[in-house]
Design a protein around this ligand. Sequence first.
Ligand code: NAD
Length: 500
Amino acid sequence: MVRDLHHYIGGARVDGTSGRFGDVYDPCRGEVQARVPLASADEVREAIASAEKGQPEWAAMNPQRRGRILLKFVDLVNENMDELARLLASEHGKTFADAKGDLQRGLEVVEFSAGAAPHLLKGEFSDSVATGVDVHSLRKPLGVVAGISPFNFPAMIPLWQAGPALAAGNAFVCKPSERDPSVPLRLAELLTEAGLPDGVFNVVNGDKEAVDTLLEDPRVKAIGFVGSTPIAQYIYETAAKNGKRAQCFGGAKNHMVILPDADLDMAADALIGAGYGSAGERCMAISVAVPVGEETADALVGKLRERIAGLRVGASLDKDVDFGPVVAASAKERIEGYIAAGAEEGAKLVVDGRGHAVEGYDGGFWVGPTLFDRVTKDMSVYRDEIFGPVLSVVRAADYDEALRLCSEHEFGNGVAIFTRDGDAARDFASRVEVGMVGVNVPIPVPIAYYTFGGWKASGFGDLNQHGPDAFRFFTKTKTVTSRWPSGVRQGASFVMPAGS
Ligand code: NAD
């Protein structure tokens, strides 16, 4: 039975009225399991109006009380963790354990935001900047803000966006990916159950029409976007044109440099997890391994090949599998197209994941682990984000060449170096032109109280996700200069006060 999903507006489920729907698949079977309504501009405006109505009451509540509601929400998510993780896995295709991680990393930002808001919303105060004159600043919420999120982290990214936005006193309109919208819809219900006033968190499902309405409506003051680079750039430009602030995070091509002195078993294990976990559908997945020197490369490729032979690809809810299917038939086709192109362009196809089959799941969107060796800079498998379980080995002659490769790539999201040499690691972390660096850590996603964001084509805007940056992004500063009548009176002045 194909379920019909809904929107969540004003604290309640609302059926779609546009007459347009998108298909939500079970990627393990390749079958449609639900239809998601694609909102019309009017439906999006209804969600914005509901947010606008709910926001003043929420903003008037003190930040500790807002925080308590958010922490109650965290408790409710934890109580419902298994149900949510199953739902997430069933639409995305990642494993049950990995789906829990998706939720958990989102919750950590909500916890941080709940606790940190009173501190991060504090202003500054200067006593006696002139005789009898004081200055202080306030951080005020923006009002209604929106988040547009990708399919690959259907819980974590909406929570990264909404956690700080809500804690700062904004109302939020969430436009999740149309591929896996059920978890954001459940999270909205749990927020209401936790005590969030109606209208403060809304979910509108939709596609470009919904996104463009959020971009154009003057009541929406800020847009957080995470997704592919062309759309990130489009959102950033359009938001700016419409007078909104925007933080837009795009695609990635994350490299891992392996120096000759690295613990090669540790590096190989890290590459297998970071390259193939979640079928490579992570913006922090490692898709390029850069061993330095032929000897390191030969040994590494041997170890990768051995480990790949033992990988288990299968149904998301089977607890023995390492990774599940990719999200859609079109994704499978795109990934297999890149595998064919890599082989044609002259890369050595060490392990070919095309044609992978899983017993009992004939129609699933399966792609097995794929390994290329001797990939070069001009090949499409190197240049483009494939977003699948495809790992490319690019051999570098020396450290400088490896550093240059990472720095010169169009994307600059994450990068890692594996070595025992502290000097080399320090030099790398300092000089590499990439936003997030791991030293013997393959997926260096910063914890909630630091910020997350890539450089170059991986990020548009100046403030990162979560951590203190998110509070700056979701608030505006007001600066108050005050003098009281009992202070010194000098009569009218016609020149600029010069601070003395
Ligand atoms: P996507 O760009 O296709 O979609 C992201 C969102 O944009 C969705 O909500 C979608 O409905 C909307 N959208 C799609 N096309 C649009 C259009 N033409 N106009 C307006 N809105 C549109 O991305 P995806 O396939 O869902 O996610 C995968 C991508 O996200 C990868 O490139 C991955 O690297 C990236 N990603 C980046 C980060 C990061 O933090 N940098 C994190 C996760 C994912």
